[in-house]
Design a protein around this ligand. Structure first.
Ligand SMILES: Cc1cc2nc3c(=O)[nH]c(=O)nc-3n(C[C@H](O)[C@H](O)[C@H](O)COP(=O)(O)OP(=O)(O)OC[C@H]3O[C@@H](n4cnc5c(N)ncnc54)[C@H](O)[C@@H]3O)c2cc1C
Length: 374
């Protein structure tokens, strides 16, 4: 059957585009190489639905504002999957970011989100999940949201399927040949090579984005990118008071320490993330010993019940797609870029980067860009 739109990739962005476009009446097919949606980057994030308080430091005001609007929407529409939690920012005598700077950031964040922040009384510091209090000057508390990224992606994909999207799992895109009116796509599934035809291709393959473009004719222009690996670790324990937003003593980066539940419902602690340049194939990304050690050290620096290497239950790594630049990964924009060949009738639209939180905005922007070409 000829489709209007073929989406390569069943991560959060592919799922959101499929949902939005099938709702608009287009015939949509999604090719996902793994056995279900949301198993790549969209299962390896920090699982936060947030405006990104720290993006205020790099003046990404629009991104923060839009993400906070999305947080509001997702809290309302996915109450079982997106939950508001208290976040704590402790400020010590040795902290790089001063109380004044954090107060300023939180004031802007509160204005954008209509949610107030406060400081925790000194007499209540002892209730903060074994947080060390030596040298502690202030603890700020504000609210942000947490989700299960993989389940959220599967939910959005399920909605897309309910709206008519045809999801093909275990279906690996091989190549496409685009003509004036259609693209002929080849994909691999169940030991066979199959064909399908669609008017437009959405390349939502996350860290594989340029790899997919290499296999489309005529040759497609690309954005020069870097893949930045981010690791999280899971350790045993229970955080009763919510999240902790900490400054890594090693390099002053922000690291989150978050409550988490195992698949069997056991309380655990999720710690992340790191940022290091990754130059191998996306499917090869794994946590390194250095990254695990870095996160363990951050935790042990702030909490008085130390975690040993043997206690780390699990670790996972994902890849951010960031535009290549000399700037540090930490400071680079987290905005989504939708790229296409600058022709009158582009056939291929590629999604670079972005945030889990902003998936609906990405889908809306995609819809605006492709509708005139349909
Ligand atoms: C460490 C880390 C922490 C993050 N934390 C947050 C956070 O807390 N909050 C937030 O909002 N955002 C966060 N993000 C960003 C967010 O996770 C990503 O922006 C988002 O998950 C990207 O989704 P995607 O659909 O573009 O990519 P992916 O989820 O990677 O999906 C791409 C899909 O394409 C498929 N694919 C690739 N090649 C082929 C092929 N040949 N054929 C068929 N299918 C193919 C893959 O299997 C995959 O399922 C984080 C990112 C990282 C790396």
């Amino acid at each position: 059957m000829p489709y209007d739109i073929a989406i390569i990739g069943g991560g959060i962005n592919g799922a959101a585009c499929a949902d939005h476009l099938s709702r608009s009446g287009f015939r949509v097919v999604v090719l996902e190489q793994y056995h279900q949606a949301g198993l790549a980057t969209s299962s390896r994030s920090s699982k936060l639905i947030h405006g990104g308080l720290r993006y205020l430091e790099t003046a990404q005001f629009r991104l923060v504002f839009e993400s906070l609007q999305q947080r509001k929407y997702l809290l309302k529409h996915y109450p079982d999957l997106v939950k508001l939690l208290p976040f704590h920012i402790p400020v010590y005598t040795h902290s790089y970011r001063s109380s004044l700077m954090i107060r300023l950031g939180l004031s802007i964040y509160s204005l954008f989100s209509f949610k107030l922040f406060k400081t925790i009384k000194k007499s209540n510091w002892s209730q903060l999940d074994t947080l060390k209090t030596r040298g502690l000057k202030t603890v700020f508390q504000y609210y942000d949201a947490q989700t299960n990224d993989s389940l959220l992606t599967q939910k959005v994909m399920q909605q897309a399927q309910n709206n008519g999207t045809h999801l093909l799992t275990d279906a690996c895109f091989i190549s496409a040949e685009c003509h004036e009116d259609r693209c002929e796509i080849k994909y691999h599934r169940q030991d066979k090579i199959h064909d399908l035809s669609s008017r437009i291709i959405i390349n939502a393959s996350g860290p594989w984005v340029n790899h997919i473009l290499h296999n489309i004719t005529p040759a497609q222009s690309q954005i020069d990118i870097e893949l930045i690996a981010g690791t999280h670790i899971i350790v045993p324990g229970k955080l009763d008071q919510g999240m902790y937003y900490l400054e890594a003593p090693q390099d002053k980066r922000a690291v989150f320490v978050m409550p988490w539940k195992s698949q069997t419902g056991e309380d655990q602690i999720l710690i992340g993330t790191t940022e290091s340049l990754f130059t191998n194939l996306p499917e090869k990304v794994v946590p390194t010993e250095n990254e695990i050690e870095y996160l363990r050290q951050v935790y042990n620096h702030y909490f008085s019940a130390p975690i040993s290497r043997n206690e780390v239950i699990d670790a996972f790594a994902g890849l951010r797609v960031l535009p290549a630049s000399n700037d540090s990964a930490f400071n680079r924009s987290r905005d989504t870029i939708i790229h296409h060949n600058n022709t009158k009738k582009p056939k291929v639209f590629s999604i670079y980067g972005g945030k889990l939180t902003a998936h609906r905005i990405t889908a809306q922007q995609m819809s605006k860009m492709i509708t005139p070409h349909m």
